[in-house]
Design a binder for this molecule. Structure first.
Ligand code: PMV
Length: 361
């Protein structure tokens, strides 16, 4: 078993003056949701997600060796322009990971970042953004310690990403990623995400995710607050048990291709996530009227056509429409004819299952 202390490096073998890396990291969509955490970003229950292909953050990290400084030294650019309001999140991330990357105060960094999806689209960029930065920092650690194995590289990248934003640890490697200890996933860990251990069924290989942008505004309640409200929540214990059993069930489904069961688990997970929000104290609702309109339309379409299309939700009002590739034409026609009217400015993003973070040259 890997312990967090295994991620504290010993002495580095190489000296580096300056350089840069570029990584892209995708967003991901959870099928069994993470909602509720213990201290140090340890999840209260395990989760599983599809990594996306199109919605990504691309981050270039430039670094220059300096005399060790008191505070972290970095500039942050978003789409080429300085972005002061992103800095506190990075500062906090650096503080949390410094013990695992003790070289951080020995470099000045320029973090130049951009997303492939429109910003303020209501699509959280924290998972992809933090993952892209974690990948770059690991590339720098690998320069300092070239003996590092590839397996360790990706595990530690996911471990670091988790400390910036829980779900970011599922944006590092793999098209299906499990995070959190679960009895049926031998390699699973609370400390980092691991790739789904067996082959997924052909039904899921090119799975589609069309993201309907229902509300692009700032969320009224952040995920951090939402997670926190799972402490002393009247249904939390039951919910955490349910996530364990849904993960067991979805493992079987991803292997045998049973779309009917997949739909039941995924939609129930989405609604349970929002039910937890509605039954917190204070309670809150992140869905909008159009979220419900879309859900009802999807149910009606599925009943009438038997096409295996379903929805899931993040901590927001947008709807992820999930379906196998072989029904893409019918589902896209349905989306254009019946769902686009519920999207803000008619906006939606066509995405699909992807392969994780990539180094760019
Ligand atoms: O990683 P966070 O703290 O932003 O939490 C994400 C929580 C959900 O997106 C709602 C669920 C999940 O598992 O991704």
């Amino acid at each position: 078993m890997i312990l967090k202390t295994d991620f504290i490096p010993k002495a580095f073998t190489t000296e580096i003056e300056q350089g840069n890396f570029s990584w892209s990291a995708p967003s991901n969509i959870a099928l069994v949701k993470y909602w509720g955490k213990k201290p140090n970003q340890i999840p209260a229950n395990p989760s599983i997600s599809f990594t996306l292909n199109h919605c990504k953050t691309i981050t270039k990290l430039s670094f220059t060796k300096i005399e060790k400084v008191e505070n972290f030294s970095f500039d942050l650019l978003f789409e080429g322009k300085p972005k002061e309001d992103f800095k506190p999140k990075i500062q906090k991330f650096f503080e949390r990971i410094e013990v695992y990357l003790p070289f951080l105060k020995h470099f000045h960094f320029v973090i130049d970042t951009q997303n492939t999806f429109p910003h303020s689209s209501g699509i959280a960029s924290s998972a992809s953004g933090i993952a892209a930065l974690a990948m770059n920092l690991m590339s720098l650690e690998k320069l300092l310690n070239p003996e590092m194995t590839e397996e360790f590289f990706f595990k530690k990248a996911s471990f670091l990403a988790r400390l910036g934003s829980g779900s970011a640890c599922r944006s590092v490697k793999g098209s299906v990623v499990v995070w959190g200890n679960h009895i049926n996933f031998k390699e699973s860990s609370d400390l980092f995400g691991v790739e789904f251990p067996t082959n997924i069924h052909a039904n899921f290989k090119k799975f589609q995710d069309t993201i309907l942008l229902v509300d692009k505004g700032e969320k009224q309640v952040s995920s951090t607050i939402g997670h926190d409200l799972m402490h002393n929540h009247p249904f939390s214990e039951q919910r955490f048990l349910q996530a364990h059993s849904n993960l067991s069930a979805i493992k079987i489904v991803l292997e045998n291709g049973n779309l009917e069961e997949f739909i039941k688990i995924v939609e129930s997970e989405a609604l349970t996530l929002h039910a937890m929000m509605m039954t917190s104290m204070p309670y809150f609702i992140l869905m909008k009227p159009n979220t419900l309109e879309i859900i009802n339309k999807i149910w009606k379409f599925r009943n009438e056509t038997n096409i295996p299309v379903c929805f899931t939700l993040d901590a927001g009002a947008n709807v992820h429409v999930l379906y196998p590739e072989n029904v893409s034409a019918e589902v896209l026609q349905f989306i254009k004819a019946e769902l686009v009217g519920y999207c803000q400015n008619g906006q939606y993003i066509c995405d699909k299952i992807g392969i994780g973070s990539q180094i760019l040259v």
